[in-house]
Design a protein around this ligand. Sequence first.
Ligand SMILES: Cc1cc2nc3c(=O)[nH]c(=O)nc-3n(C[C@H](O)[C@H](O)[C@H](O)COP(=O)(O)OP(=O)(O)OC[C@H]3O[C@@H](n4cnc5c(N)ncnc54)[C@H](O)[C@@H]3O)c2cc1C
Length: 173
Amino acid sequence: MLVKYEIKLKIIYTLGKRHRVGSYSQESTRYCNYSRDKFGNEITVIEPYFYVGTDNYDLWQASCKMAEKTYMELLGKGSSPQEARSVLPTCLKTEMAVTYNIREWRHFFALRCSAAAHPQMRQVAIPLLLLFADKLPGLFDGIKYDTAFPREHYAEVLLTDDMFNPLDAMNRG
Ligand SMILES: Cc1cc2nc3c(=O)[nH]c(=O)nc-3n(C[C@H](O)[C@H](O)[C@H](O)COP(=O)(O)OP(=O)(O)OC[C@H]3O[C@@H](n4cnc5c(N)ncnc54)[C@H](O)[C@@H]3O)c2cc1C
């Protein structure tokens, strides 16, 4: 079992498929067979930062390992990935491509950066909001977020395309 110790967020990857005004593509556990070589013959899980260094960490890890073992056994006994996935944990790593318009990004940030949002959602959404506010201040500054969320747990945002580059070029102008 591979544990991802930090979330590295590509600009197109986020959570929150419940937002209706958007377009989503997500890695499918119906078709991905994690027993295959291309997945390293293991599942990959996201480490919940709030368990690190606590007594609950070992319990969480044991549960993931048990899920992985059962998943592999089910596949070995002829289950398909879409059947065996029913034992996979919610901390399973996934990849998702999302497209929102500006209005929906603002709505998404307002809901998902607030203290009411799940901590692992804030972990992803807050650094993304700060990036957007930095790059597009007229559109994204002033959106309230949970300033008490610990900075050391912010996901690392990796820019993988030219999304902000035309604006940078204009600013350098
Ligand atoms: C802190 C938090 C806790 C949550 N807890 C739960 C939970 O316990 N259970 C649960 O089921 N969900 C939960 N959700 C998800 C929530 O119910 C919504 O699915 C999510 O907020 C997205 O819906 P939305 O209406 O906010 O906006 P979006 O779907 O993102 O849409 C944006 C806006 O577009 C407009 N719009 C979208 N679709 C329509 C439409 N068909 N007709 C008219 N206008 C439309 C509305 O103005 C809407 O506000 C939670 C969300 C948050 C942020």
